[in-house]
Structure formats: structure tokens, C-alpha cells
Design a protein around this ligand. Structure first.
Ligand code: FAD
Length: 447
């Protein structure tokens, strides 16, 4: 595992001490000082130690924590398993760009977790059989994005991470509480590269007992499915999991219209009553007015954010890797669970490979059972599934649909995005009209 601090923000000035703390110290004092920002920076620059003390007292003692958000880093993270990258990327207030699994050098790029040292041979055996199947699938013309469903979660990747000091401190704290030794090691490396640069902004990194319990919670399965899952989402006839709407159905079109009316000055209760009673023709006209001139790059209007929907998903690790990148949604995942089935890509489910793929899945599950506790999931594959709840407002759900229903999207997440849109359209036909991939938007209006 390797963590490199590849960049951080500095003021545009020759500065003997290379740290963004000069900027944060100046911004921290702007609200109560008669000095200009340039003067405050000059003061901070002249005495960085004093600036650091000022940061600490304003950020930590006064609780003015957003000051730390003005310090920003670019961090290269390499040789970290898929599983630990998930732990990292669940932190939402950050930017990630990850190397696609299509470009991983499979023979060498995998992580032996500390929890597996006594079962090293079984994991090595699983990994080499998985890589052999992966390579044979590629040779048979199966795309890498499909063949990777048979790679275990120990396969490593790399990610460019950009975030501010407040997020970084939070990440270190949560990773330090992870049940996975690898994630705890990542916390230590992040702390090691950031603390010397911003000592006043990375301070609380010792997890409480509560945070340790929270971090472990999603990885301890108490309830698992007794019977095979009844799948309701599919791609080319191949089942990819299950999606259910958890929120009670309401007249979501009317709710959106009501918030739109508030924007024009109407009281909410009267606006909602009026919207609920609006004729079909009146609704069509109202939605046509709202979206007149909208292009595929325009977001849904703000009033859409007041309709928030919760869904239950059962999806593959490959699809989850994409879903988790939508940072404005709330996700509560459970651990990967073999009882939930396996997503076999249609392209790999041919006579020549189906039996071998099933054997590998069985080997993976048998291998996983050799280790107790959360780290057993390292031996599961990208096609294994987990259950989660997902809450997103209608504005973010539209954004998700545009990206993930588009022709460029990967088929697994695309099948789910299509299922989400179909349910939105069923209950909110006016809002739902502009759901769909970017490629399907041309000429659509909400009328
Ligand atoms: C076809 C396709 C291929 C992809 N390939 C890769 C790949 O190879 N590697 C990879 O790492 N990722 C890949 N992604 C993921 C992609 O880069 C995005 O991370 C993902 O689609 C989430 O969407 P989003 O960034 O628009 O934001 P969301 O997190 O869904 O947020 C919604 C909106 O909020 C705003 N927003 C949220 N956070 C911020 C922020 N920090 N700063 C500014 N605005 C913000 C933006 O307007 C954003 O559009 C791919 C996505 C697609 C659709």
C-alpha cells in the first residue's frame, strides 16, 4: 500500500513554510478583524506557529470547523484492495477517480489481508483460479468489464483522492476504527502524510468506542436470507438482483408543484391542496412551464429535492462500486452475503464457461468460510451481492438516471437505473417524463 501527498493548496505568495494553514488562519479571522484578507495572510505568514494555534482554537475550541475546509489536498492512493477502497470511498465529501479494473495487472495486483495470514494458501489458490478464469474469458472475447465479476475483492486498485482537511480528518478517524486491518493501515498512512503539512487541522483521529461499533456494524450479518432471493431486475434476461421502493407512495408530482408554488410566494399548505386538485391539463401546463428550455445538462429545479425516496437494493459488488459514487444519496449497506445469489454477466454465461464460473463461486464461498469475522468477505467475488437501502431526492435521482441509464453506462447499474425510473414514472408521470439516459433526452419536456 502506498499513499503519496501529490498536492495541496497554498496562497499565491512566496512562503517559507509550505502549508495551507496560512490560508485557513486568515479566513478564520476574517469575521472579527478589521484587517483585510491580504493583511491577515501576511500576519499568518509571518508567524506560522501562532497561525496554527489560532486555527486550533477556532476550529476545535470554538467549533468553527468549516475553516478546515479551506485546506485542500490531492492524494495518490495505490495498492489498496477493492474492499478497502470501498471503505475509503464511502466518505462523501471528497472527489475520487479510480483506475478501472480493466487495467489492473492481475497476477501481482492483489492484497493479502493480515486477517488471512494463516489461510494464505487458500486465498492464493482462489486468486489464481479467479485470474485464470478471467484471462480465459478475455481470450474468448468476453469484455473485461464482464470478466471482472469473477475477481475477488482482494484485487487492488489505485485512486486519486482530493479532499479538504476537515474531510481528511474524518476519513482518518473512521478508517482507524475499521474492522479491516488494511483500512486501519490506510488511516495511518493518510495521517502520516497530512499531519506534518497541516498539524493544526488534523487532530482528532482517535476513534471512540461508539465509532468503532458503528464501523463494524455493517459488516456483521445477523439476518440472512433463508431462501434464494426473488430477483426482479434483469439485463438481457439475466437476473442482476432486486429493487424495491420503501417509501410510501404519494402524489409526488403534486408535491413538486407545491414547492414550486412556494418559490412563487404561496403558503405551502394551500399550495399543496391546490396542486393535489389540479386537473390533468393544469398539471401538464404547469410542468411544461417549469421545464421550458431545459437541456440535458440542466439539473432538475430545486423544488424536486423535497421529494425524497428510499429504495432497497440487492446488487453485485460491481454495481455497488458505481452506485456508491453518487455522493448526495444516503446509503446504508450490509456486508456481502452469498445467500443473496451471484450476478453472472450474460456474456460469461455460455456453455463453455457457465459450469466453471459456478465452480469458482462455490470455491470463493468455501474459501470465505475459512476465516471468521468481517475479513471473510475478501474472498468473495465482484459478482457477489449485498443488500442496502438508498435514499435520494428526486433531483439527485434524475441525475443518477441521466448518467446510469445512458448508453455509456455499464449494463448492471443501467438495469437498476431503468428499474428506478420505471417506478418513478409510474407514480409521478410528469416528473418521470424526463427520466432516462442523456442519450434519450432529446426534445423531452415535462408537459
Ligand atoms: C459511463 C461512466 C463511466 C465512469 N468511469 C469511471 C472511471 O473509470 N473511474 C472513476 O473513478 N469513475 C468513473 N465514473 C464515475 C463518475 O466519475 C462519477 O464519480 C459518478 O458518476 C458520480 O456522479 P457525479 O460526480 O456527477 O456526482 P454525484 O456524487 O452523483 O453528485 C451529484 C452532483 O452533485 C454535484 N457534486 C457532488 N459532489 C461534488 C463535489 N465534490 N464538487 C462539485 N460538485 C459536486 C455535481 O453537480 C454532481 O453532478 C464513471 C461514470 C460513468 C457514468
Amino acid at each position: 500500500m502506498k499513499v503519496t501527498l501529490s498536492g495541496f493548496n497554498m496562497e499565491v505568495h512566496e512562503n517559507p513554510v509550505r502549508t495551507p494553514e496560512v490560508l485557513t488562519a486568515a479566513y478564520a479571522r476574517v469575521s472579527r478583524s478589521e484587517k483585510t484578507l491580504a493583511q491577515l495572510r501576511e500576519v499568518a505568514r509571518a508567524n506560522v506557529e501562532k497561525a496554527r494555534k489560532s486555527n486550533e482554537s477556532i476550529v476545535y475550541d470554538m467549533g468553527h470547523a468549516s475553516i478546515a475546509e479551506h485546506a485542500f489536498f490531492n492524494i495518490d492512493i495505490e495498492d489498496v484492495s477493492r474492499l478497502a477502497l470501498e471503505e475509503l470511498e464511502k466518505h462523501r465529501l471528497a472527489s475520487y477517480t479510480e483506475k478501472s479494473q480493466r487495467y489492473v495487472k492481475l497476477d501481482s495486483d492483489w492484497h493479502l489481508p493480515a486477517e488471512w495470514v494463516n489461510n494464505n494458501q487458500e486465498l492464493t489458490q482462489l486468486h489464481s483460479e479467479a485470474v485464470a478464469l478471467y484471462k480465459d474469458l478475455l481470450s474468448a472475447g468476453v469484455a473485461a468489464e464482464d470478466a471482472r465479476y469473477y475477481l475477488p475483492l482482494v484485487v487492488t486498485g489505485q485512486v486519486g483522492l482530493s479532499c479538504n482537511a476537515r474531510s481528511a480528518e474524518h476519513m482518518i478517524l473512521r478508517l482507524a476504527a475499521s474492522p479491516f486491518a488494511e483500512a486501519r493501515q490506510l488511516a495511518g498512512l493518510l495521517f502520516g502524510v497530512l499531519k506534518p503539512v497541516v498539524p493544526s487541522l488534523i487532530r482528532y483521529v482517535e476513534p471512540s468506542a461508539w465509532i468503532r461499533r458503528e464501523e463494524a456494524a455493517g459488516w456483521t450479518l445477523l439476518a440472512t436470507e433463508e431462501t434464494r432471493l426473488e430477483e426482479n431486475v434483469s439485463f438481457l434476461g439475466q437476473a442482476v438482483g432486486r429493487l424495491d421502493l420503501c417509501s410510501p407512495v404519494d402524489d409526488w408530482d403534486a408535491l413538486v408543484l407545491a414547492h414550486q408554488a412556494v418559490r412563487a410566494g404561496a403558503p405551502y399548505a394551500a399550495a399543496l391542496a391546490g396542486a393535489r386538485q389540479l386537473s390533468a391539463q393544469g398539471r401538464s401546463e404547469a410542468f411544461a412551464r417549469i421545464t421550458e428550455g431545459m437541456s440535458v445538462h440542466d439539473p432538475a429545479p430545486r423544488p424536486w429535492e423535497h421529494v425524497s425516496l428510499t429504495w432497497e437494493w440487492v446488487l453485485s459488488a460491481a454495481a455497488y462500486a458505481q452506485l456508491k459514487r453518487h455522493r448526495l444519496a444516503g446509503i446504508t449497506p450490509a456486508a456481502y452475503d452469498p445467500h443473496l445469489g451471484f450476478t453472472h454477466p450474460a456474456a460469461a454465461a455460455t456453455d463453455g464457461f457457465a459450469a466453471r464460473a459456478r465452480d469458482l463461486v462455490a470455491l470463493s464461498e468455501a474459501t470465505a468460510s475459512r476465516v471468521e469475522g468481517p475479513a471473510s468477505v475478501y474472498a468473495l467475488l465482484s459478482g457477489h451481492r449485498r443488500r442496502l437501502t438508498w435514499t435520494a431526492n428526486l433531483r439527485e435521482t434524475l441525475h443518477f438516471s441521466r448518467l446510469r441509464e445512458d448508453a455509456h453506462a455499464q449494463w448492471d447499474i443501467r438495469a437498476f437505473a431503468g428499474a428506478v425510473s420505471a417506478i418513478v414514472r409510474e407514480h409521478a408521470p410528469h416528473c418521470g417524463r424526463i427520466f432516462g439516459g442523456k442519450d434519450a433526452f432529446a426534445g423531452k419536456t415535462l408537459s
